[in-house]
Design a protein. Structure first.
Length: 226
């Protein structure tokens, strides 16, 4: 079965140094860690963290990454503009730090880079990736019918079903991997879990069978849209 490589760090920006002053940077805020570290950490008793128990077989079947913090600083802390992972601890070199990682993710489909994704641009984007015409049409209709309205600033629907990138965080749906939070930030830990849980033979990607297993495993009860 054809392996579908999963790597969404290809067009993601590196974060700027958090020491920059607001007028010298487009960042609103930046943190060097999650903010939880303090002098009190020295008094915390360290002990092994249990990630699997015999009472729930799923915790053994779907393990979480081990020692990820050796490769990525504070992997559980969501990044606003940096899609870090085990192979790219600082994301990519693209100069898109004004955008959240979720915005960067969908900006690929904004072919003319005006901040608005038209249905035909989604079609062209999927064609550029290599999908057939039928799949491109289907994806275009599903995506714009489902995500256009949440991305609008108006209460009135858009007759052209456009998607506005600035509000793409409103389009986060249920039954997802949790890689993005509700503000469009990216969590390395959740991304790496996709591979530790479903890439059973450690090939560095997911095939169709594994992607289907993932879809079934992460679904939420009665979440028909997600």
């Amino acid at each position: 079965m054809t392996t579908l490589a999963v790597d969404n760090s290809a067009r993601i920006a590196q974060a700027t140094d958090s020491s920059l002053k607001p007028q010298e940077s487009d960042l609103i805020s930046a943190r060097r860690d999650s903010g939880h570290a303090s002098h009190r950490d020295a008094n915390i008793t360290r002990k092994p963290i249990v990630t699997a128990v015999s009472g729930c077989l799923a915790t053994s079947q779907y393990p979480i990454p081990s020692n990820l913090d050796e490769f990525v600083q504070n992997p559980g802390c969501p990044r606003a503009n940096e899609a870090a992972d085990g192979d790219h601890p600082h994301g990519s070199e693209d100069n898109k730090k004004k955008l959240t990682v979720m915005q960067q993710h969908v900006e690929f489909f904004d072919r003319n880079k005006d901040g608005v994704i038209w249905p035909y641009e989604t079609f062209l984007g999927f064609r550029a990736v290599g999908f057939n015409i039928f799949f491109c049409l289907l994806a275009m209709m599903i995506i714009h019918f489902g995500f256009s309205y949440p991305s609008l600033d108006s209460w009135l629907p858009d007759p052209f079903f456009r998607i506005y990138i600035k509000n793409i965080h409103r389009c986060k749906h249920g039954s997802d991997s949790g890689t993005y939070d509700t503000e469009g930030r990216y969590t390395p830990q959740k991304f790496e879990e996709l591979f530790s849980k479903y890439d059973k033979d450690n090939k560095g990607g997911l095939n169709l069978r594994e992607m289907w297993e993932m879809t079934l495993q992460i679904r939420n009860t009665f979440d028909f849209f997600g």
